[in-house]
Design a protein around this ligand. Structure first.
Ligand code: ADP
Ligand code: ASP
Ligand code: MG
Length: 424
């Protein structure tokens, strides 16, 4: 007998039929004698709809920022998970599986005060363990917890993955299964490259990079938590027959295991390609070249919670001024430019140029640590397709390239082929 946390994403609980299929997956594990906690997302598209409603609301004049009240945003967008947790509990009960739904505040999943992108501080695992040991399935609403102000707080988009891994750590689960609409982690998004291959295993480090560089199959924080808490995490499909052979295999369930490097026998140089659309580039022309300038530019952007990514600073030819180029999410471009214009007096620059609609494509692999020429292959692949590279950043295990958004698919496929990742 083991303890398993099973998480089901939006497409897996998209309607009542799908919720019944999910219930059958859960029943399979219960019938095998395991203790089970389930984490659910909202129905596919629901959270987008809720966010859309909030964004259409008028903002409060004089609130300091032209932004809605984040506590009310959370109260609204967390509601999708309340519905699916209740529906799944009923579906399980109808199959004679003892089940009860739990909201974030009830279990209690406590978060910090960053409404809209809260981090988990603690979870009362003992109460869940007690329920589970009585044979009751706990169906937990993902994506939400309770902040220090006693109000609902959400964990950022895609946050149910993080709820699941955190709950798995809190109840000391033997496994955390993330069920989604693909049967594992692929060499790249299978939706844009049908030749992508499923990876039987992927290291925590690579998964962390893939997730932070755009592969939304797992939320970044869920991977961080799985890594630091040692949670055995599988990505697998809810769209397969729940009772097909092997689905209940405890040691080797179908899917992708996220694991330590030493659990991987043959490590490729490059493991995958990720992409992030909707990037924007900002260039500051002729910035004064003196100490403190970067702090004066990036400090106010950080204070406004704008995530600055790739940064390129040119050498200054005359020793007096230089150009500074960096990227921000397209959605933050307008705010960023406004803030930068306000700093013009203290920083001192000639002009701001900006462009939205760009894409960052990234090549990821821990094998890069010990292989040379990996970056050159990427540059050649872009050159062969006549794709212009706007900026480059690298780390030990990844290379990221900024390109025009129109070339996203072409760039991903070209890189995928250039590193021999295509399905044979
Ligand atoms: P869920 O609603 O189950 O949380 P998501 O839509 O958040 O599902 O994540 C699953 C999706 O992630 C897949 O449908 C796929 O298009 C996308 N994806 C992006 N990159 C990858 C990858 N490398 N491997 C698998 N899926 C990927
Ligand atoms: N429903 C939330 C979202 O769409 C959380 C999740 O799906 O993980 O972001
Ligand atoms: Mg998701």
């Amino acid at each position: 007998m083991a303890r398993i946390v099973m998480k089901f994403g939006g497409t897996s609980v998209a309607d009542l039929d799908r919720i019944h299929v999910v219930a059958r997956h859960v029943k399979r594990e219960v019938d095998a004698g395991h203790e089970v906690a389930v984490v659910v997302s909202a129905m596919a598209g629901k959270t987008n709809e809720l966010v859309g409603w909030v964004e259409k609301m008028p903002t409060v004049a004089g609130a300091g920022a032209s932004f809605y009240d984040a506590r009310e945003y959370d109260a609204i967008v967390a509601s999708g998970e309340q519905v699916t947790s209740g529906l799944l509990a009923i579906a399980l009960q109808s199959m004679n599986v003892d089940a009860r739904s739990w909201q974030g505040w009830q279990i209690a999943l406590k978060t910090d005060s960053t409404h809209g992108a809260a981090r988990i501080d603690s979870i009362d695992g003992d109460r869940l363990i007690e329920r589970m040991s009585q044979g009751q399935v706990a169906v937990v609403a993902g994506f939400q917890g309770i902040g220090p102000d006693g109000r609902i707080a959400t964990l950022g988009r895609g946050g149910s993955d993080t709820s699941a891994v955190a709950i798995a750590a809190a109840v000391k689960a033997d496994r955390c299964d993330i069920y989604t609409d693909v049967d594992g982690v692929y060499t790249t998004d299978p939706r844009i490259e049908p030749k992508a291959r499923r990876l039987p295993r992927v290291t925590f480090e690579e998964m962390l990079e893939m997730a932070s560089l755009g592969a939304k199959v797992l939320q970044v924080r869920s991977v961080e938590l799985a890594m630091t808490q040692g949670v055995r995490t599988f990505v697998r499909s809810s769209f397969e027959d729940p009772d097909a052979p092997g689905m209940g295999d405890f040691e080797n369930p179908p899917g992708t295991l996220i694991c330590d490097e030493d659990e991987i026998v043959e490590q490729e140089t490059v493991t995958g390609i990720a992409y992030a659309k909707e990037e924007a580039q900002i260039s500051l022309r002729r910035v004064a070249d003196r100490p403190g300038v970067s702090a004066a530019i990036f400090g106010p952007l950080a204070d406004a919670n704008i995530n600055v990514d790739m940064i390129v600073q040119n050498i200054s030819e005359d020793g007096a001024a230089t150009d500074m180029t960096f990227t921000v999410p397209s959605g933050d471009l307008e705010r960023a430019v406004t803030i930068l214009e306000e700093t013009k007096g203290t920083v001192g620059f000639d002009a701001i140029q900006s462009e939205a609609g760009l894409t960052k494509v990234s090549v990821i692999g821990i094998g890069m640590r010990s292989h040379t020429g990996v970056a050159a292959t990427a540059f050649k692949a872009m050159a062969d397709r006549n794709i212009n590279i706007r900026a480059i950043t690298t780390s030990e295990i990844k290379i990221s390239i900024l390109i025009d958004g129109a070339y996203t698919e072409l760039a991903v496929r070209s890189l995928h082929a250039a590193y021999g990742l295509d399905r044979k």
